[in-house]
Write a protein that binds this ligand. Sequence first.
Ligand code: COI
Length: 363
Amino acid sequence: MSALDFTPTSTTRRLGDDERARILAAPGFGTHFTDFMAHARWTVQDGWAESSVLPYGPLQLSPAAAVLHYGQEIFEGLKAFRHADGSVWTFRPEANAERMQRSARRLALPELSAEDFLASLRALTAADEPWVPEPTGEESLYLRPFMFASEEFLGVRASHTVDYYVIASPAGPYFPRGVQPLVVWITDEYARAGAGGTGAAKCGGNYASSLLARRQAVENGADEVLFLDSETHTGIDELSGMNVFAITRDGRVLTPSLTGSILEGVTRASVLRLAQDRGLEVAEQRLVMSEVLEQLDSGEITEMFACGTAAVITPIGSFMAHGGTWTVGDGGSGETTLALRKELTDIQYGRIPDRHGWLTRLV
Ligand code: COI
């Protein structure tokens, strides 16, 4: 049972039907927002309270709000998918709820119960139901829960006031070029997260620390940046916002193990399961970058891909670093990569049976 009640305070839509239809025809990623947002506030005195669904709009925040100075903030990402019968579903939300609780613990923020997390998603998606696209390709409504330190206080300690919001954004493919193979730059200069740090938490700081390396990647002609472990600079960690997989010629599916410095992706866990279901051998292990590059040259590794909620499964076509360029397979989209992608999205859009019980109905 959810303790918080996310009742709408208004039913007046921000945007008209024509404007919404125009946006839904080409949503892009992360640029358009819906009519409403869910909110709850936590205080050290009263715990979670004051929950509602409000009109989407700018927040009023003190310039001294702790988040603006010390970055005490976490977030999640999920998608709402419209099925052929008009119903709206989301994918493994309990995994996001649990990860948000782990992130909250690491960032000294209050935990929100899985029931309240789900109640906020349901209430917002019901209010914004016309914003859930009818998929023609891979459109969905991207849901972005986040929580931050809103106390007006400049002392360094965990905030005594915290705000939680969920906003929603109609989404097409994350990458503007769609499911085209990515060019990935391997940074030898920066690390994303270190031992004992916040790498496993979904906090804004991890993404902030990736931006300079990502900019260098783009300046070098790549789409994305790959980070190595901060201790030895030899093991693969992850991209700026996605986990990484390799598939060998003999059908083994490999991904870096959860060392505490990489994000425990929901898509990552789902891919491991779907690969196992196909009879493929899966392994979570340390992947040494130099060995992976050798195995790309020798043809031992035939496919690589990045994955995350936003990016789904996106093939990696090549790697670049100061020392050269390495092509993955023939540089195109690998067969197993595309098969896993199809199966995952077929489950999400209700086109094949949900044999693992991964879907939760929202509307
Ligand atoms: C997601 O995949 O949902 C994320 O939160 C990653 C972000 C780069 C969009």
